[in-house]
Structure formats: structure tokens, C-alpha cells
Design a protein around this ligand. Structure first.
Ligand code: HSE
Length: 329
């Protein structure tokens, strides 16, 4: 059986969810893929944190080069988050001939060309399904089964933390700060939750989607973005009285040569399909000119849903390695 070794950069919430996904479904993954995946090295400072996984002390390292220079490692999973040092880590891994999987929307949105070009130059694969929509396989669908379509519109709820906060404020009359704290405890929020509540995380995801769907590069900083930090309980109550809910909606269009995009808290009638997307769930609408309307729905944040997406990319690469085609792209 083909053995594929993985180096994991970061054992925080998503790193732990990824490790746990592989650990709990190890036999199943081995059976269906014919590949034996093992996370052999982990770059992580916090070795003492209690985690729901079994890690041996010798798997940990504090030296990134221990992973990049290890000839036995085939795939590097980058889950440290943020633009730097994550981008440099990915470039080092790609230049060392490793395939790379990441959930890092900030680094992919900011440095898409450099990362993709480096992967191509080294004939290795770079995959980032988990960067948009958590566990929802939206990027794989758009770049696979739906590739025959052209698109005019993207509409969605793309951040679990803010959707969780707005849902709790609406359904349970919870204070904004308490709901945010809960979202952080559940592992939905970014290390600095400002990126969530001010909409920057959504801007990164919308930028990646526009690139794949419209083939247009829009830097996240150029997307008109308003977050939810100014939303009050009174706003929520007023929306309720009017038969509406408030959601942080991302929208982009590319029609008749015109490109537009924005992210803002939006009043939605309770009957609107996005109005029933609650807690950490995300939903994404696209309209393809052949397939017509599509809506993707699922958990957009959280260790296991995101770990599922990361492992999906790892498995795709592992299968390509075992067929001997991963270096031939
Ligand atoms: N902080 C992000 C969110 C994590 O809440 O959606 C998933 O990208």
C-alpha cells in the first residue's frame, strides 16, 4: 500500500480538527483510497494543550525546516493562518517539492499568483478547498463538475462567526459580546476576531471566489466591506418587527462586462432562503449559464467541518501520488 507522509504546520483548532478527521476515519480512508496517510511531523509551540487526539511528543517540532527538509514528507498542510509567515512557509514547501494544502484564505487571496506560479514551477499541487465555506466543497465543485459554466452572480453568507453572533442575538436575545465569546470557544473565530466581525474574512473568501468563478482578480482591500460590529440589539428587534432578519451578505456580479462586489449587513425577508441559514452555517448561491441556480449549504466554520475539507484535498493529492500523476500537472 502506498504510504503518504504529511507535515502539519499548526495544531490549533483547524489543525486539531484535521488530525481528528484522519484519526477517527483512518481505516475508512485507507480502505477507499488504498493510501496510508500519516501526519508524521507537526510544527507547534503549544505541545501541552489538551486535545481530543493522540499525538506522540516526537511528532512535534519547533523548527519549520524539519518539515521542509524531510525527504519523507510528501504533503505539507499549512494551518498557521494569517498572511505571514504562512505564505513564506507555503513557498518554501512548494520549492522543496512538497504538495501543499491550506485553509488560509488571507494568504491565498493576498498572494494567489505567486503561490500558484510556484506550485506550477515545481510541478506540485496546491489545494485550498477549506479556505472558503469551511466544510462546503464549493471550490472543488466550481473547478470540477461545474467547469462547463459561465457565471454572472455570486451571493452568500461566508462567515460562520458573524452568522453565529447574528443568530444568537436574534433567536436567544444574546448580547453581541457574549455571542462572540461563544463563537471563539467553539473554534469558529479567527485568532483576531476583528477579521470576522469587520468583514475582512469574507472579503478574502469573496476575492477567491471571484477569481475562480469570474476569472477576475479583485484584491480583498478593494471590496467595499461593512462588518457587523455596529449592529445593535435594537437593529435586530426592528428587523424582527418588520418580518426580517439581518445577515452579513457577500455579493458579486459580472454582467455585460461590468464587475461589482460588496459585503454588508443586509435586511432579508424571513422567507428568503438565506434568512434560514443560521449559526455557523454558510450558504453560497451561484447561477451557471448551463446548470442554472445552485445553492451550497453547510458548516462554514469549526474544527471538524474544516478538517473534512482539508482532508479532502489531502486525499485528492494522495490518490494522484499513488497513481504517479501528482508531479505531472
Ligand atoms: N473565522 C472563519 C469563520 C473561519 O467564522 O467563518 C472559517 O473560515
Amino acid at each position: 500500500m502506498k504510504k503518504v507522509n504529511i507535515g502539519l504546520l499548526g495544531l490549533g483548532n483547524i489543525g486539531t480538527g484535521t488530525y481528528q478527521t484522519l484519526e477517527m476515519n483512518y481505516e475508512h480512508i485507507k480502505d477507499v483510497t488504498g493510501v496510508d496517510f500519516e501526519i508524521t511531523r507537526i510544527l507547534e509551540r503549544d505541545v501541552d494543550r489538551k486535545r481530543p487526539i493522540t499525538v506522540r511528543p516526537e511528532q512535534f517540532t519547533q523548527t519549520p525546516d524539519d518539515i521542509f527538509n524531510d525527504p519523507d514528507i510528501d504533503i505539507v498542510i499549512e494551518l498557521v493562518g494569517g498572511i505571514e509567515p504562512a505564505t513564506s512557509f507555503m513557498l518554501k514547501a512548494l520549492n522543496a517539492g512538497k504538495h501543499v494544502v491550506t485553509a488560509n484564505k488571507a494568504a491565498i487571496a493576498a498572494n494567489y499568483d505567486e503561490l500558484m506560479d510556484t506550485a506550477k514551477a515545481n510541478k506540485v499541487m496546491l489545494r485550498f478547498e477549506a479556505s472558503v465555506g469551511g466544510g462546503i466543497p464549493i471550490l472543488t465543485a466550481l473547478t470540477g463538475s461545474l467547469l462547463a459554466n459561465e457565471y454572472e452572480e455570486i451571493l452568500g453568507i461566508l462567515n460562520g462567526t458573524t452568522n453565529y453572533i447574528l443568530t444568537k442575538m436574534d433567536h436567544e436575545d444574546m448580547a453581541y459580546e457574549d455571542a462572540l465569546k461563544e463563537a471563539q470557544q467553539k473554534g469558529f473565530a479567527e485568532a483576531d476576531p476583528t477579521a470576522d466581525v469587520e468583514g475582512h474574512d469574507v472579503a478574502n473568501k469573496l476575492s477567491i471566489l471571484m477569481n475562480l468563478v469570474f476569472k477576475k482578480k479583485v484584491h480583498p482591500d478593494d471590496i467595499q466591506t461593512t462588518g457587523i460590529s455596529a449592529i445593535t440589539k435594537d437593529d435586530i428587534e426592528q428587523a424582527k418587527k418588520d418580518g426580517c432578519v439581518i445577515k452579513l451578505v457577500a455579493s458579486a456580479y459580472h454582467k455585460d462586462g461590468e464587475l461589482g462586489c460588496f459585503i454588508q449587513p443586509t435586511l432579508l425577508n424571513k422567507e428568503h432562503p438565506l434568512a434560514t441559514v443560521n449559526n455557523e452555517f454558510n450558504a453560497i448561491f451561484v447561477k451557471g449559464n448551463a446548470v442554472d441556480d445552485l445553492m451550497f449549504y453547510g458548516k462554514g466554520a469549526g474544527p471538524l467541518p474544516t478538517g473534512s475539507a482539508v482532508m479532502g484535498d489531502v486525499i485528492e493529492i494522495g490518490r494522484a501520488i499513488s497513481k504517479g500523476v501528482a508531479y505531472d500537472l
